[in-house]
Design a protein around this ligand. Structure first.
Ligand code: ATP
Ligand code: MG
Ligand code: MG
Ligand code: MG
Length: 576
């Protein structure tokens, strides 16, 4: 490739609204161009990197046995209504109408469409397991689009969806994807960490995020350098944290509140000040003796911070909100969490961690609770009682570096990270909602066990640059650099020798399949070098009359402090 045939557009200064280094450098190097908030043109130089990232992902996905297809960006609302996400998802979901006033959405992911494909196409257990993926444009109307491609509204994601016959097989599919993700991020040359992540309303311990370590990351991760413990700090805010057991003997009273179901109702009825935290959801379960008396009450506190859980709350699914709380029935809990209320332990973590609730909640007293029974409520619940012993406790959200790790294997460290990938076991959430079944050996219909697996293709560019840059610009790993080698001839337009040597080297490298760029723009050396250093090409070869006379060219790696002379005859070998 020659520069004159390509498109290069660099800037000395980044626009003032670019806050972090990757955003600045991508704008300056001409990789992206802003069109609107969170919406970018991918310019030719940037698109080359995107295509290389995609190629690596595609290779590893195919190697792992996933099958590529392509699902539409614009999707009929009907499918999204089947799962309830059309209403539940809130303003992040972009809804549009066609000329017939029919509703559509611009896909933020594709669970509904892929499940629709599966229920039509995967009829027998013999066709399973199957994993479909695509690399496609996504739209999320993010509240705060920022940092360029890092949190765009329109962006590219690879999303894969696995369909299995049972939980064990789904676990294998998950493990396969987890391994494929490690292979992808290794090849991308990223320094990353896989951490336990929020499983939202799905539950289970199978959700991991792949976090690229970077100071500017929006996520915080806690991990233990001497064990395998690693979690998104958000996790502690979003999964059911703890059970605090409150015995009736400690002042809990079951109070009849006929016809009233929210805490607000009850508080008003009893003329109690209502203390609440918007992000909390409380469940209470009870045990009774044969005579029907309550012998034990367990109050479960769930802090719901994850999008999934909050949306459940907003949809009034688990709690009839309107400022107050209603408690889920046992059936509701079972349906949404796939486990009995009594087992609502800290899900989402490999090893159970006891975490004390939010301090403000922990200090609440005389809380009003539901009783899993119509027309009754508990009053006098006191969160401050019966807290676990301090050595059993690890408050992850308030975790400090040096605190003991919840697995007891060492101490915690904290880093900031950028979420570039996410693997998630879905269970039968979507297959049940959409009645997606296959026939088992006995000819009986069974719901698919599903998993979903996302990689933020365009976000990876930002993450890679955050990790690898210097004062001169980007330093791409070879695997995703827009060009691997740049040839910078000095006097290409003046010297026949330089032109001939540069063209020959270019042709040879190209013939060998090396991604080579020859800068034939006739720029001054300083400007030419500055451009390619900004763009971040890993290898540079400079040809000049003076060098050629003594049979040498100058080679400089992007991280090298100075150039080295290499014999013309050895350049090719040197670049291998
Ligand atoms: P975040 O927590 O950053 O909002 P998410 O958890 O909502 O991300 P997922 O639904 O897990 O994102 O989507 C899979 C991947 O898509 C993410 O791991 C991330 O790399 C990428 N991604 C998500 N939102 C964006 C965005 N607004 N811009 C660019 N990439 C994104
Ligand atoms: Mg998000
Ligand atoms: Mg996330
Ligand atoms: Mg995620």
């Amino acid at each position: 490739m020659k520069s004159s045939q390509f498109f290069i557009s660099t800037l000395k200064e980044a626009p003032a609204d670019a806050e972090i280094v990757s955003h600045k450098l991508m704008l300056r190097a001409g990789f992206i161009k802003r069109l609107g908030a969170g919406i970018y043109n991918y310019m030719p130089m940037g698109l080359r990197v995107i295509r290389k990232v995609e190629a690596i992902i595609r290779e590893e996905m195919n190697r792992a046995g996933a099958v590529e297809l392509l699902m539409p960006v614009v999707q009929p609302a009907e499918l999204w209504q089947e799962t309830g996400r059309f209403d539940k998802m809130g303003p992040e979901l972009l809804r549009v109408k066609d000329r017939h006033e029919r509703d559509f959405i611009i896909q933020p992911t594709s669970e509904e469409v892929v499940t629709d494909i599966a229920r039509q196409e995967l009829r027998s257990y013999k066709q399973l397991p199957k994993n479909f993926y695509h690399i496609q444009t996504k739209f999320r109307d993010e509240r705060r689009p920022r940092f360029g491609v890092m949190r765009g509204r329109e962006f590219t994601m690879k999303d894969a969806y696995s369909f299995d016959r049972d939980v064990a097989s789904a676990g294998k599919s998950y493990d396969t994807m987890y391994a494929a993700y490690c292979a992808v991020f290794d090849r991308l040359g990223l320094q990353y960490r896989a951490v336990a992540a929020d499983t939202g309303a799905i539950g289970g311990d199978r959700s991991h995020e792949f976090q690229v370590i970077a100071e500017t990351g929006e996520d915080a991760i806690v991990y233990c350098p001497t064990s395998s413990y690693a979690a998104n700090i958000e996790l502690a805010e979003s999964v059911p944290l703890i059970a605090q057991r409150v015995a009736p003997a400690q002042g809990l009273e079951k109070t009849p509140t006929p016809g009233k179901s929210t805490c607000e109702d009850v508080a008003a009825l009893l003329n109690l000040p209502l203390q609440r935290t918007v992000k909390s959801l409380v469940l209470a379960t009870e045990e009774r003796n044969e005579a029907g008396d309550i012998t034990k009450v367990t109050v479960w506190l769930l802090l719901v911070r994850g999008d999934h859980a909050l949306n459940e709350v907003k949809a009034g699914k688990l709690v009839g909100l309107k400022g107050g709380y209603r408690f889920a029935t046992v059936a509701e809990i079972e349906e949404h969490f796939g486990c009995k209320p009594g087992y609502l332990g800290p899900i989402g973590l490999k090893k159970p961690v006891k975490v004390i609730a939010d301090r403000t909640v922990a200090n609440m007293s005389d809380f009003v609770c539901g009783a899993n029974e119509a027309d009754f409520h508990f009053t006098g619940v006191n969160w401050g009682r019966d807290l676990p012993e301090p050595d059993e406790v690890a408050d992850i959200r308030n975790a400090q570096a040096g605190d003991p790790s919840p697995d007891g294997q060492g101490v915690l460290a904290i880093q900031r990270g950028i979420e570039v990938g996410h693997v998630f076991y879905l269970g039968t959430k979507y297959s049940k909602a959409m009645n997606a079944t296959f026939l088992d050996e006995g000819g009986k219909p069974q719901f698919f066990e599903m998993g979903c697996y996302g990689i933020g293709v365009t976000r990876i560019l930002g993450a890679a640059i955050e990790q690898s840059h210097d004062e001169r610009g980007i330093v791409w790993p070879d695997s995703i650099a827009p060009f691997t080698v740049v040839i910078c001839p000095i006097g290409y337009d003046r010297s026949a020798e330089v032109k001939a040597a540069a063209d020959q080297l270019h042709d040879q490298l190209q013939a060998q399949g090396v991604d080579v760029m020859l800068d034939d723009r006739g720029e001054r050396p300083g400007a030419m070098f500055a451009d390619w250093e900004l763009i971040g090409v890993p290898h540079r070869v400079v040809l000049s009359d003076r060098g050629l006379k003594e049979g040498t060219v100058e080679y400089q790696g992007r991280r090298d402090a100075a150039a080295t002379k290499v014999a013309v005859a050895e350049v090719l070998a040197h670049l291998q």
